[in-house]
Write a protein that binds this ligand. Sequence first.
Ligand code: TIU
Length: 228
Amino acid sequence: MRKGKFTAEPYELEFDLDTTALVMIDMQRDFVEPGGFGEMLGNNVSLLRSSIEPCKEVLETARKVGLFVIHTREGHRPDLADLPSAKKERGHLTTGIGDVGPMGRILVRGEVGHDIIPELYPIEGEPVVDKPGKGAFYDTDLLGILRNRNIKTLIVCGVTTEVCVHTTVREANDRGFNALVPEDCTASYFPEFKRVALEMVKAQGGIFGWVSNSDHVIKGLAAAAKGK
Ligand code: TIU
């Protein structure tokens, strides 16, 4: 047994290292670096970069204690056959999904911009789940992967808070998982949306899950690994 507790809101979350996974949502160059999809949508990508270092610290600790780590990437097949026309047309962008940007074709699998940033790059044994939508469970292998490992608790990090992270936390909740979001390991192009999104997660007794921070998560994981 490698059990522990995360200090969190609205209350402590009990977990077992062997049934907990770290899910890194869409830490892709298209969202956090200039020239990608995020910037094409008119956003200031520098707002997301503050989450990289806390994500890195949590990821390193997760690897040390042998936690199951999964990465997701939002994007589409090179032939765009899985890109709904509604998603392609949304925003009337002059350069949008599938078009060529400074880091290759925007949100297309195999392109430089679609890949995960070097700071958080997956290592061997960490599945990468490609997702066509905002939620990580929709039309992906994620649920099967989690069930095969008997995972019950998810630490959900990544970008953006109110879009792909929040959608994934809601999906996870409805599928019976306990999801916790470390607030400094997620970011939004809209700081107010981040604040409210996290309020929504933990309101009403944790209606969707828990909110914590990287420090509490790292301490919780380390203590559980030591059997304290
Ligand atoms: N635009 C925005 O805030 N986010 C996305 O389009 N995808 C993710 O959040 N990954």
